[in-house]
Design a protein around this ligand. Structure first.
Ligand SMILES: *[C@@H]1O[C@H](CO)[C@@H](O)[C@H](O)[C@H]1NC(C)=O
Ligand SMILES: *[C@@H]1O[C@H](CO)[C@@H](O)[C@H](O)[C@H]1NC(C)=O
Ligand SMILES: *[C@@H]1O[C@H](CO)[C@@H](O)[C@H](O)[C@H]1NC(C)=O
Ligand SMILES: *[C@@H]1O[C@H](CO)[C@@H](O)[C@H](O)[C@H]1NC(C)=O
Ligand SMILES: *[C@@H]1O[C@H](CO)[C@@H](O)[C@H](O)[C@H]1NC(C)=O
Ligand SMILES: *[C@@H]1O[C@H](CO)[C@@H](O)[C@H](O)[C@H]1NC(C)=O
Ligand SMILES: *[C@@H]1O[C@H](CO)[C@@H](O)[C@H](O)[C@H]1NC(C)=O
Ligand SMILES: *[C@@H]1O[C@H](CO)[C@@H](O)[C@H](O)[C@H]1NC(C)=O
Length: 297
């Protein structure tokens, strides 16, 4: 057996991030402060669904009807020193007017879309005493305009208006959300790090092997050599070694030897052979059956 060639390829895999930066509004917390003159037995909590999503579940028993109800929507953005500062939005919307389409205030319409989808307050006023629920409530990124990436508190004050007396606060909900980039399922890439080619000088000359970086995720190998003697019945050993925490390479799962000529002529269907054949067909001029002759290089 003549050793012709040893190629050492170093790969590393990266998790590909920021492929497309979609925003998500992830619920982080919720607090409910109903006025007991309006609602009792309230529970409010957040349930995590996955890395990008958490939903609010809310329950309460309404004891006083809501017939002409406004919601003050105020948004606060968490600053660098961890304090919530007023952020752009501070509107008061008569929700009964929005629901009955007497009013089309943008934030009111957004709020109504969420109510309609996730609560049983999905009808026109009045809202009669009974059990009110919100299930799997979250802020759909398609409903809200794109906010800067940050933590927010959405402050909702529910106000009942009367014609003959001052309005009253029925309750306050503080909904905390994080506007963040959606993390997609990390896609794996194998990035070439280095290549070394070691040849038997009696069989191979003029070797050059190098890696060229293309971008953050990709680098490619360029290899050249002049074959002195033809290759007629050639085997390839493929072994994979994995770098461990103390920076040493240890055998890792794969160590196979197969006849490359059988592989190139598809006479044998060995594991890994199709991968090697595909790579050689696409990227090299060793894209034909054996022998690999001297003149074609
Ligand atoms: C509040 O919860 C208690 C215990 O479940 C129940 O007996 C009561 O009827 C509830 N209040 C209202 C207004 O539904
Ligand atoms: C938001 O508007 C309300 C009513 O106009 C006002 O009372 C409140 O102070 C405002 N909030 C901020 C943070 O300016
Ligand atoms: C309102 O919500 C309740 C409970 O989720 C549902 O049964 C009902 O069909 C909804 N009504 C409308 C008009 O969407
Ligand atoms: C309903 O609320 C509005 C404020 O949004 C107020 O101007 C109006 O007088 C109220 N109407 C009744 C019938 O209570
Ligand atoms: C190696 O390169 C030299 C210089 O370009 C050339 O003369 C020689 O023929 C090459 N060797 C082979 C085997 O082709
Ligand atoms: C792979 O297997 C061959 C034959 O069994 C052995 O000689 C060689 O050392 C192995 N390679 C590695 C990297 O473990
Ligand atoms: C080719 O190599 C294989 C080992 O992979 C060996 O069994 C076979 O005898 C060789 N054939 C010839 C014609 O040299
Ligand atoms: C093999 O590769 C060479 C050089 O890239 C190319 O010219 C030739 O067409 C390829 N042959 C086959 C059969 O793919």
């Amino acid at each position: 057996m003549h050793l012709t060639f040893v190629v050492i390829l170093c790969l590393s895999h990266l998790s590909q991030m920021r492929a497309n930066s979609q925003i998500v509004y992830k619920s982080t917390n919720i607090e409910c402060f109903p006025d007991p003159a309006f609602a009792v037995n309230s529970t409010c909590r957040i349930r995590a669904v996955n890395w990008n999503k958490a939903v609010a579940q809310m329950d309460c028993d309404l004891i006083t009807p809501l017939a002409n109800t406004s919601v003050q929507i105020e948004v606060f953005k968490k600053s660098d020193n961890n304090r919530y500062q007023p952020f752009l939005v501070n509107v008061t919307v008569n929700m009964c007017d929005v629901i009955s389409k007497r009013n089309f205030i943008p934030y009111g319409t957004m709020f109504w879309k969420i109510l309609k989808k996730h609560t049983n307050v999905n009808h026109s006023c009045p809202i009669m005493p009974g059990h009110l629920i919100a299930r799997n409530l979250y802020i759909d990124k398609n409903i809200l305009p794109r906010f800067p990436l940050a933590f927010y508190q959405i402050y909702l004050k529910v106000i009942e208006n009367y014609a003959d007396r001052p309005s009253r606060t029925a309750g306050v909900i503080k909904f905390y959300v994080q506007a963040r980039e959606m993390s997609t399922d990390p896609t794996i890439v194998y990035k070439l790090k280095n290549i070394e080619c070691i040849a038997n000088p009696k069989r191979v000359e003029n070797i050059s092997c190098f890696i060229k970086a293309i971008n953050w995720n990709k680098a490619v190998a360029q290899m050249d050599c002049d074959l002195i003697l033809p290759l007629r019945n050639t085997s390839i050993e493929i072994a994979v070694l994995k770098k461990n925490y103390n920076n040493q390479y240890h055998p890792f799962l794969i160590n196979v030897t197969f006849n490359a000529c059988d592989m190139l002529s598809s006479r044998k269907y060995l594991p890994y052979a199709p991968i090697v054949r595909k790579v050689m067909k696409i990227y090299t001029n060793v894209n034909h059956t054996c022998p690999i002759t001297v003149k074609s290089s």
